[in-house]
Write a protein that binds this ligand. Sequence first.
Ligand SMILES: Nc1ncnc2c1ncn2[C@@H]1O[C@H](COP(=O)(O)OP(=O)(O)OP(=O)(O)O)[C@@H](O)[C@H]1O
Ligand SMILES: [Mg+2]
Length: 317
Amino acid sequence: MSEIPHGAPVAAIRIEGARKVYTVFPRAQRVAVDDVTLEVPQGAIHGLLGPNGAGKTTTLKMLLGLVRPAAGTFMVLGLDSRTRAGRAQLGFLPEQPYFPPQLTARQAMRLYARLSGVPEREIAARTTELLDRVGLEGRASTQLSAFSRGMLQRLGIAQAIVSRPKVVVLDEPASGLDPLGQRDVRNLMLQLRDEGATVLLSSHQLSEAEAVCDRVSIMSRGRVAAEGPIADLLSVAGRTTIRVGGLQALPQAVWGRAADVVQQGDLISFSVEDADVRAAIDGVYDAGGAVVEVEPKCESLEDYFTRMLADEKGEVA
Ligand SMILES: Nc1ncnc2c1ncn2[C@@H]1O[C@H](COP(=O)(O)OP(=O)(O)OP(=O)(O)O)[C@@H](O)[C@H]1O
Ligand SMILES: [Mg+2]
């Protein structure tokens, strides 16, 4: 583990005061990222969440040295990430990976291995290992012009980790993948973490972020609107969600206290004030039903974004 002089482990990623202003035709200025700060400890998986246009990709590209910032510091393992030495610590999956279409998957991987400095004698084995790891082992000899969107995405992920980087930055890794592919990518991120790597990903998907991220930063209009473990950010203080089975409808005694009632097949879910949990559970059993699950109420990420965007519109008005 890299150390700074006083002994505390250096952060894998530290972005401080990042700012980017794009000039858009003809002369307007658009602040895409405004004073973004985030720190990811070594060995963590950190999510950047936020609606379209929030500034996720721009933030990642500034870290990678692909977009010139107006201000900010960008560090990877204690090195300026925009220098050659810093950049060498990073693997990157861009939002829209592009590959030369005339190459086969194996040729492309060999090319990227060579470009990222993998020793010549290791390239063949590394290529095979990576194509296997992203589920493309049967497609090694296929020309990329014949690859589907999801297959290109898988190749992009293989390319991002070809040099065994200590820090992996993935811009929407689940994009274009079928459910099995999404699960594979989640598992891959967890494996990378187990191997000691640090992962920073951007995502729109609550399920992906919940399944893998230790913490998330939620971006909105170029700023970090909230930061922390996802469960804490989305929990709704004072309310509990209860799921029950074996009932056609909620009994009157429960109905009176319940909100957010949703019936799906044999299951009914609803929320109550924390103080009403016991009464609601008793009411369900008295009516012959069964309690399947009781958990603190969490807002969905969709609801969170909707509320966030509504608040912003309120601010502007
Ligand atoms: N090359 C560019 N020129 C001008 N404006 C840009 C450029 N790239 C991004 N922007 C603007 O910067 C803002 C942030 O865009 P960015 O791509 O970082 O968002 P994002 O959070 O990654 O969105 P998405 O979820 O859609 O990928 C948006 O308002 C966008 O229009
Ligand atoms: Mg983006």
